[in-house]
Design a protein around this ligand. Structure first.
Ligand code: KIV
Length: 275
């Protein structure tokens, strides 16, 4: 009997529909951020399901104190280099602060740019019930929208703090109501940032769309972290919700110092490293 040649397995492209299937099957969604080609390619090859080109780039890539300065042009650039690298993961582009706050027309125009000029496959925007008309408009144009509730970093000037949300007054009920409203408006998934575990249990159980948590406990349908945080690249940032899977700051510092010492001492380059 002749054995048929093994077919090379093409990994199944992650789509918004696939994320929904994963929620229904109880399969957790892995998500991380990327802003550059090499990192995006490594995340994709490692089987990360969702790559978010987050406006956290304004902080961890560009060195700002908040995400507010990020522009559409900067986001378009980051999304373009990330989508160039990714074959399997779903690539979501963050809508920068100001790109959807002037109303549904401006939001739709900017969302279209992210798809047409940078090949994003979905967009994410922050906000609760107040952004539902924007979400409806963008979704009606055929653009998948991921919501973002709980701590919304673009509102840091209003909050004045990055502390956990939903712990005081009726804020937990408001966040739950926002979650339901975003689902009804057509969001395909929700990022939920820095809320108590108990609240997250309710949101994930009551919603049929997937929830992707950051600092929101284990009840989410998926988890996301900012990649430079997970890699231990920022020696000045140690929040409880970040697990550092590597200590890259130490590794990089060691490499830079060894290179400097080798150059100073004439040990680099060797003959074998020359032409
Ligand atoms: O911008 C970002 O990286 C994000 C994540 C924190 C979810 O929105």
């Amino acid at each position: 009997m002749v054995t048929p040649p093994a077919r090379s397995e093409t990994p199944r492209k992650v789509t918004t529909l696939r994320l929904m299937e994963m929620k229904q099957a109880g399969e957790k969604i892995s998500a991380l951020t990327a802003y550059d080609f090499l990192t995006a390619r490594m995340l994709d090859q490692a089987g990360i399901d969702v790559i978010l080109v987050g406006d956290s780039a304004a902080m961890v890539f560009a060195g700002n104190d908040t995400t507010i300065p990020m522009t559409m042009e900067e986001m378009l650039y980051h999304v373009r280099v990330v989508t160039r690298a990714v074959k399997r993961a779903l690539v979501i582009a963050d809508m920068p602060f100001g790109s959807y706050h002037e109303g549904a027309d401006a939001a739709l125009r900017n969302a279209i740019r992210l798809l047409k000029e940078s090949q994003a496959e979905a967009i994410k925007l922050e906000g609760g019930r107040s952004v539902c008309p924007i979400i409806e408009r963008v979704v009606n144009a055929g653009i998948p929208v991921c919501g973002h509730i709980g701590l919304q970093p673009q509102s840091i000037l209003t909050y004045g703090t990055y502390k956990v949300r939903g712990t005081e007054g009726d804020e937990a009920d408001q966040i739950l109501a926002d979650a339901h409203a975003l689902e009804a408006a057509g969001a395909f998934a929700l990022v939920v940032e820095k809320v108590p575990r108990d609240l997250m249990v309710r949101i994930s159980a009551e919603l049929s769309i997937p929830t992707i948590g950051i600092g929101a406990g284990a009840a989410c349908d998926g988890q996301i972290l900012v990649t430079p945080d997970l890699l231990g690249m920022n020696t000045k940032f140690h929040p409880r919700f970040v697990r550092k899977y590597a200590q890259l700051a130490e590794v990089m510092d060691g490499a830079f110092r060894a290179y400097r010492d080798d150059v100073k001492a004439g040990r680099f380059p060797l003959e074998s490293e020359s032409y």
